[in-house]
Design a protein around this ligand. Structure first.
Ligand SMILES: N[C@@H](CCC(=O)N[C@@H](CS)C(=O)NCC(=O)O)C(=O)O
Length: 198
């Protein structure tokens, strides 16, 4: 399998985190999004969506969308329970992450890390919604170890990718101790080097 991705992108990191955890062998192909390498004719043949991550299986089939990819890779593993309701609860969070978390937390980070904007130059609407998303995460994890069920799952991978990088988008997790503790647990369970948040 090939993973086409940008190492700095949380969406792409979700895929490498999942593949590494499941010991799925892959070749990483660097795509520089700042050079529009995900918009070339050759890349658009693999995924007309023109974004990373994309995986290409050995038989040539391609799949885009980070959460679809990690769900596919995790099928049949401990990261994706077989119970349909548990799977649907995971999907609930995967859809929520893409609609209510990533466009605000990740995009604010993109503006600062990739485009070099200052914290003050972030878009107020995105900041407000990102803060709300992080607050909801704090509420949902209270009293629990993992977001769904009693083991680390693809829901935790989808959520941890950008949440552990939230400080790079100017967000402070100090007032969200449950989220901070969950990030540490997830990093340990998934074998990730802890991100320095200071
Ligand atoms: N919903 C997509 C979002 C993918 C996405 O936004 N990719 C960004 C990098 S994080 C990208 O490829 N940007 C370059 C572009 O849009 O040209 C996913 O979860 O995979």
């Amino acid at each position: 399998m090939k993973i086409y991705g940008d190492r700095g992108s949380g969406n792409c990191q979700k895929v490498s985190i999942t593949a590494d955890f499941l010991k799925i062998p892959y070749e990483w192909v660097d795509i520089d999004i700042m050079k529009n390498e995900s918009r070339t004719e050759a890349f658009l043949k693999k995924s007309p969506m023109g974004q990373v991550p994309v995986i290409e299986l050995d038989d040539g089939r391609c799949l885009a969308q980070s959460n679809a990819i990690i769900r596919y890779l995790a099928a049949g593993s401990a990261l994706l329970p077989v119970d349909p309701f548990a799977q649907a609860k995971i999907d609930e969070l995967l859809f929520w992450e893409q609609y209510s978390h990533e466009p605000y937390v990740a995009t604010s980070r993109y503006h600062m890390v990739y485009l070099g904007r200052t914290k003050e130059q972030r878009e107020p609407m995105r900041v407000e919604r990102a803060e709300k998303a992080l607050d909801l995460m704090e509420q949902l994890i209270k009293g629990k170890t993992w977001y769904v069920g009693d083991a680390v799952s693809v829901a935790d991978i989808a959520l941890v990718a950008y949440t552990r990088l939230a400080h790079e988008g100017g967000f402070d997790l100090a007032a969200r101790p449950e989220v901070k503790a969950w990030i540490a647990r997830a990093e340990k369970a998934l074998g990730l080097s802890p991100v320095n948040r200071h």
